[in-house]
Design a binder for this molecule. Sequence first.
Ligand SMILES: *Cc1c(COP(=O)(O)O)cnc(C)c1O
Length: 220
Amino acid sequence: MSILDNVSRILSEISPDVTVVAAAKTRTPQEISEAIAAGIFHIGENYVQEAILAKEAVSYPASWHFIGHLQRNKVKDAIKVFDMIQTVDSLRLAREIDKRARNEGLRIPVLIEINSARETQKSGVFPEDARALVEEISSLGNIVIRGLMTMGPFLDSPEEIRPYFRLTRDLYNKLRKLETENADFSILSMGMSDSYQIAIEEGANMVRIGTAIFGPRPDK
Ligand SMILES: *Cc1c(COP(=O)(O)O)cnc(C)c1O
């Protein structure tokens, strides 16, 4: 299957209310361009440097999302490249984004990454700590919190991830009701190639799809 066929099939299956982010780690600018030509507008990148090169080489307009683990020493570059940072999970990181954004005269849309299965080695804030983090970040005027993101645990069957998507959806609905300053909750980013249908059933309105668009990764 070509990238064009994959994107066409996925976009025809999914409601237009759900935003598809093409997760583009390790993909070439040519592959990314093919996905955009096929109807994708949002591109997810895990590495700042890779994104800088890709963005230079891709001639189509697109919206670039950071979906990897962001180190604070990369924030200065990241805020210039990305339209949204999906993986904010600490006040330290948020403060650095806010500071760098202020220097550039920007207001950066972010998602709070939830460690929905409370896995110690994973990034993301534990669900029970999310509200406090949102309230702390809401004092930072050069950030706007647009919603939540979760990866969910790696399990054998995508059906087993459902409870973690549901938990993140419930948390999203709670936090959104708080109407916190500098927050405008409307994005719930969850689900990947093998789990996006389940994530959408559980309320995701943004999915991040890599292999189902581009094919298997060489590193897999
Ligand atoms: C790679 C990646 C995806 C997509 O994974 P696939 O299984 O290839 O669809 C989604 N989200 C994040 C954060 C990723 O790193």
